[in-house]
Design a binder for this molecule. Structure first.
Ligand code: SF4
Length: 272
């Protein structure tokens, strides 16, 4: 099996030309203090591609930056796809770089999910299919800019998603709680037994999940913004990402999968 080490799927801003600070458009909101157009550098961006307010993002109204995760696509596009030529040095290819970045980000996100699926012991029966999908996705990340622009990324996502759904069924078993895409905004789920629940794409914004048991729940794409995860158990939560954790609140008692880290802004410990 071709291996993509997880470190390659983690953002390394020191090797990126701050693509997330330039390529996307921002709309002034709770996540961003400003409105800017796609392709326009954020006014807080320094000449060395560092962020001028990196240590104050939440306080300055840029919480969206604090939770954003490119899954390592930034350094891939900067250093591999465009060979280390940044958008200031090469304005003729800047727009293409900005167009390719979200495509490669999707590919890296799929690699993250496929890597987790492959690591689950319950997926032994589909390891060959997962390996094939990973190898093909890795190959796509290495395409030239023009080929990436022409890629049917929606079609590839759909094919991989079929495998991720099979993974979810194998890990969670049958007859489990189906809350897929559910509107659980602000819901009171303190202490809830959500083991093996299907929470794919669920809206958990501001939900009270203190002390909830989310072991082996499928949380792919679930929106955890401002959800309260203090004391929750997320061991083996399926397809949980660092960005989801960063957008929520928690404390020292929140139990996390080993490959994710406790966000710095969480409380050291508090009563529930
Ligand atoms: S505030 Fe900082 S991290 Fe956010 S887009 Fe601007 S420069 Fe980038």
């Amino acid at each position: 099996m071709s291996e993509t080490p997880l470190p390659q799927l983690r953002a390394d801003c020191t090797r990126c030309f701050a693509l997330c600070c330039v390529a996307p458009a921002f709309a002034a909101s709770a996540d961003f203090a400003i409105t800017k157009s796609a392709g326009q550098p954020c006014p807080n961006l320094r000449p060395d591609f560092g962020c001028g307010i990196h240590t104050q993002l939440r306080d300055r109204g840029f919480a969206g930056c604090a939770v954003y995760d490119c899954f390592g696509a930034g350094q891939q596009v900067s250093q591999v796809t465009f060979g280390g030529r940044d958008w200031r040095q090469a304005p003729d290819t800047a727009q293409q770089m900005f167009d390719v970045f979200p495509i490669v980000r999707q590919l890296h996100q799929l690699l993250w999910y496929l890597t987790e699926a492959r690591a689950r012991q319950e997926t032994t029966g589909i390891h060959a299919d997962l390996d094939t999908a990973r190898t093909e996705t890795e190959r796509l990340t290495s395409l030239a800019p023009g080929d990436l622009e022409k890629l049917d990324i929606a079609g590839h996502r759909s094919a991989v998603n079929t495998l991720l759904l099979r993974t979810s069924d194998l890990v969670r078993g049958h007859g489990t709680k189906d809350r897929r895409g559910a509107d659980l905004i602000g819901a009171t789920l303190a202490g809830a037994d959500l083991r093996r629940a299907n929470l794919r794409g669920a809206y958990l914004i501001g939900a009270n999940l203190t002390g909830a048991d989310l072991r082996t729940a499928d949380v792919i794409g679930a929106d955890f913004r401002d959800a309260d995860l203090r004391g929750a158990n997320l061991t083996d939560a399926l397809f949980l990402t660092q960005s989801q954790l960063d957008s929520a609140t928690g404390d020292a008692r929140t139990v996390l999968p080993p490959m994710l880290t406790r966000p710095a802004h969480w409380e050291p410990c508090s009563g529930v």
